[in-house]
Design a protein around this ligand. Sequence first.
Ligand code: BMP
Length: 250
Amino acid sequence: LNSKDVMRQSFERTQSRVVLALDLEIQDPQMLIEKSRSILSDVKEYICGVKINRQLLLSLGLPTLRDIVSQAHEYSLPVIMDAKLNDVGHTNAFMMRSFVQAGFDAVIASPVPGWEDGMDSVFDLARKEGKAVILLVYMSNPGAERFYSMMVDGPRRKPIFEHFAELAVQWKAHGVVVGATRPAIISRVRSLVGKIAIYSPGIGTQGGDAREALDAGATYLIVGRTIFAAARPEEAARRLCALTRACHQN
Ligand code: BMP
C-alpha cells in the first residue's frame, strides 16, 4: 500500500468512492479505539479508504493510531492523515515523517504556506516515500467563501481557489479537497485540474448532496457523521457506496 495511486487501486477493487472520515469523539481512549475499530469493520465492504483527523490523533496519539492504520491495511484500504499541514518547512517535514512512519498512505496539506521552505518538504518526502499529497482547494463550511473566493491579482484576476487548483497541478498533487456543499466550484476545479482526484467532504450532515458532488466532477466523497453517527452505519455506508457505484465518471 505505498504507491501513489493506492486510492485509485482501491476504487478499482471496491468500486466505491466513499472515504470514511473516522472522526469519533469519545472521551475514554479505550472506548474510542474499540468503537473506531468496530465502525471500520462494519463498513469496510462499502468504502475505498479511511481518513483520520485530529479527533483520533489528539485523543490516541500516533503510536496507538498505528493499530487503526494496520486494521485498514488488513482490509486493503488506504489511510489519509488529515492534519491539514500548514507550517514552515522543517515543521511540515517533521509531521510528514511521523505520518509516514505511522504507515499513512496520504496527507492533506494547505497550499497557503507556498512552496519554498513550506510545502516543498512535504512533497519531496512524499515523492521519496511513495506517498500522496492532497491539497486543500476549497473548504465546505459556509464561512469558507470569504477567503477561498477572494479575487486576487495576477496575470489574470481570479479567485484564490483557482490559484490553489493550479498549484495542485504544478506541484503534482495526487488530489485536491473541494467541499461538496458547492458543486459549481467542484465543476470549476475539475476543469482546472484535469484528471487529478477531487475529494469532496461535506456530504449529508453539512448539507452537501452526494449525487450532485459526483455529477459536478468529484472523484471521492469524504463522509464522516452521516455514516458513523447513523443508527446503522453499515446501512448508511452501503447506500452511499451504491450511489457511487452507479456513477462512472471521473
Ligand atoms: P462530516 O462528514 O462528519 O461532516 O465530516 C467531514 C470531514 O471532512 C471532517 O473530517 C472534516 O474535518 C473534513 N473536511 C470538511 O468537512 N470540509 C473541508 O472543507 C475539509 C475537510 O477536510
